[in-house]
Design a protein around this ligand. Structure first.
Ligand SMILES: Nc1ncnc2c1ncn2[C@@H]1O[C@H](COP(=O)(O)OP(=O)(O)OP(=O)(O)O)[C@@H](O)[C@H]1O
Length: 279
């Protein structure tokens, strides 16, 4: 027999797992995954069985009417709901292959890996330098002052703030403009080497110019981090995100590529919301 005749047909490659079922544990492009997540605040069922992935190097926008559960769901990714006494979170959330609710997880470390930026800029009442240096100091990420100086500088550069503050690092963070304060908070999150950055309406307290600056920054940051942003603005979701999740009354109604979700929504509720029929 010739080699030609003994050659076995190449087995067909296994069909890729459907994206809604595969998780961060089996797909390198998925950074975090939520599986059948429920959140209760006492008797209020705020999140009802949500399953979705957050992709690496993408911006994922969470949209939906007020009270639909966007912030509650966002806070699941770094266990910020643990800080609310009445909150109970059920379901599974993976960061890469790791279950973030596993007993061995150190929540302080988790919140460094999955950083958070809030609606209202909230710098510490400390100097610009100390705001950024705080995290690396408490996490023991630097050996000496020179290392710390470098982390502060590179974090402020990545947050697009260095050129505006490099000559006044000792002034209070609270003396900056609102937009600068928000970039300082982003620098503070970046300083501890996060892998994911959660942003809860990061521009809602800012004017249009400061908003545009943060939006540019988000586009820049997604080259390095997975970013999840809650926004009330559908225009903003369309401008800054690659994927959008639409929530309604605690349910994830639709999740998909941003352009497709806004131009050809699959669900009637999504269509009603994006055409302004309610919300
Ligand atoms: N700390 C809390 N204690 C009790 N109930 C809460 C708490 N936080 C949120 N809720 C309730 O959970 C539900 C979802 O709220 P959440 O803030 O997550 O919605 P949202 O979509 O982010 O709203 P918004 O767009 O107005 O910020 C609402 O019914 C809200 O009243």
């Amino acid at each position: 027999m010739t080699a030609e005749t003994t050659k076995q047909p190449t087995p067909a490659a296994p069909a890729p797992a459907p994206s809604d079922l595969s998780t961060a544990a089996d797909r390198p492009d998925v950074k975090m995954s939520a599986r059948d997540v429920h959140v209760h605040y006492g008797d209020t069922h705020a999140i009802k069985g949500v399953t979705m992935n957050v992709n690496a190097r993408e911006v994922t926008a969470l949209i939906g009417p007020s009270g639909c559960g966007k912030s509650t769901f966002l806070r699941c990714f770094n266990r910020m709901n643990d800080t609310v006494a009445s909150a109970r979170v059920d379901g599974e959330i993976l960061l890469d292959t790791q279950d973030i609710h596993a007993p061995e997880i150190d929540v302080v470390q988790l919140r460094a890996r999955v950083g958070m930026v809030f609606q209202k800029p909230n710098p510490f009442p400390k100097s610009i330098y100390d705001n950024v240096a705080y995290g690396p100091r408490i996490h023991g990420l630097v050996r000496n002052r020179a290392d710390l100086d470098e982390v502060v500088e590179t974090s402020l550069q990545k947050a697009g703030l260095w050129d505006e503050v490099s000559d006044r690092l000792e002034v209070p963070g609270t003396s900056l403009s609102g937009g600068q304060q928000q970039r300082l908070c982003i620098a503070r999150a970046i300083a501890v080497n996060p892998e994911v950055i959660l942003m809860d309406e990061p521009c809602s307290a800012l004017d249009p110019i400061a908003t545009a600056r943060i939006e540019e920054l988000i586009e820049d940051l997604r080259q390095r981090y997975a970013i999840v942003v809650v926004t009330h603005s559908m225009q903003q979701a369309a401008r800054i995100s690659q994927r959008t999740a639409f929530f309604h009354l605690g349910h994830l109604v639709e999740y998909g590529e941003t352009g497709a979700l806004f131009t050809s929504p699959q669900q009637e509720k999504t269509k009603d919301y994006i055409t302004g029929r309610y919300g």
